[in-house]
Design a protein around this ligand. Structure first.
Ligand SMILES: [Zn+2]
Length: 285
């Protein structure tokens, strides 16, 4: 439904724009990641105005984002992509902390989990009861448990097709413009263990696949562990690449790609030059 989106001067000219009041001043964002969120609500314009703070006519002085994507596919950009917005909170990803300084924040309009009322209906975050029929009319839902929410099985409203299509178009435009190396959920970077967005109904893998084999700008790092296992895939379940099995402290590598906390690296010099494999990102500095 959207024409091809492109980024010009840190904005997507084909979508609505008005700047939020809630931005860090005097600080440039060079985005290398994208954080996916839900708004915890059904009302897109209400959430957009809230995230715009005073510029949206609200009292919010503590949060913002770059783009809000409504359930009908409408997108509103509220911050230029080279400005630090306030969406990630206390956060960590691999060796990066305070991800507001590294990441673009996309907010998808969605209520988040509804709790069972014990009587066949669901209660949304505002205390409103919703029936299965109502949720189905609004795009359907999945049922899933989630330890961060509680011990029950919750209803998680689906994201709509047009909303996701807008999200994909925006993500492609961003990946064409910036060296985006990771797309993450707010949940996986939140260091307080509170956040659950964008939740199990969000097709995170479809977004990650859009990055495909794009080569982000290579980043040179050195190994900080005494022996850092190098593996055939992003996880301890993958066999080590043997030889060399592991990399010594100080080995210089280029980071080619990322998957969760794992980094695909290539040894940059020395006798192992050209060896390529996956290592845990916590041991690169
Ligand atoms: Zn969030």
């Amino acid at each position: 439904m959207h024409p091809e989106m492109t980024v010009k001067n840190h904005r997507i000219p084909s979508i609505w724009y008005k700047q939020t009041s809630n931005l860090s001043s005097g600080r440039t964002l060079n985005p290398s990641m994208i954080v996916m969120h839900y708004t915890t609500g059904w009302n897109g314009e209400g959430s957009r105005n809230w995230l715009m703070g005073a510029a949206g006519g609200t009292s919010n002085e503590g949060s913002s984002a770059h783009v809000v994507i409504d359930r009908d596919g409408t997108a509103w950009q509220i911050a230029p992509f080279n400005r630090v917005a306030w969406h990630a909170g206390p956060s960590r990803y691999g060796d990066l902390e305070s991800l507001n300084n590294h990441a673009i924040g996309l907010e998808f309009v969605n209520s988040g989990p509804l709790s069972p009322d014990g009587d066949g209906q669901w209660i949304d975050p505002y205390g409103h009861r919703r029936s299965d029929d109502e949720l189905n009319a609004a795009g359907g839902f999945i049922k899933a448990s989630h330890p961060r929410v509680g011990g029950l099985v919750y209803a998680w409203p689906n994201y709509t097709k047009v909303q996701l299509a807008t999200g994909y178009a925006i993500l492609k435009a961003l990946a064409d413009q910036y060296p985006i190396s990771a797309i993450v959920s707010h949940e996986e970077i939140d260091t307080r263990g509170w956040k659950t967005d964008p939740g199990p109904a969000f097709p995170m893998e479809s977004f990650r696949q859009l990055l495909g084999d794009r080569n982000p700008a290579p980043r040179v790092k050195s190994v900080t562990a005494s022996r850092l296992n190098i593996r055939k895939g992003p996880g301890v379940g993958y066999a080590r690449i043997d030889p060399p099995g592991a990399l010594d402290t100080g080995t210089i590598v280029r980071v080619l790609s990322a998957d969760d906390v794992w980094r695909l690296v290539e040894v940059n010099d020395g006798p192992l030059s050209g060896v390529r494999g996956w290592v845990h990102g916590a041991y690169l500095g």
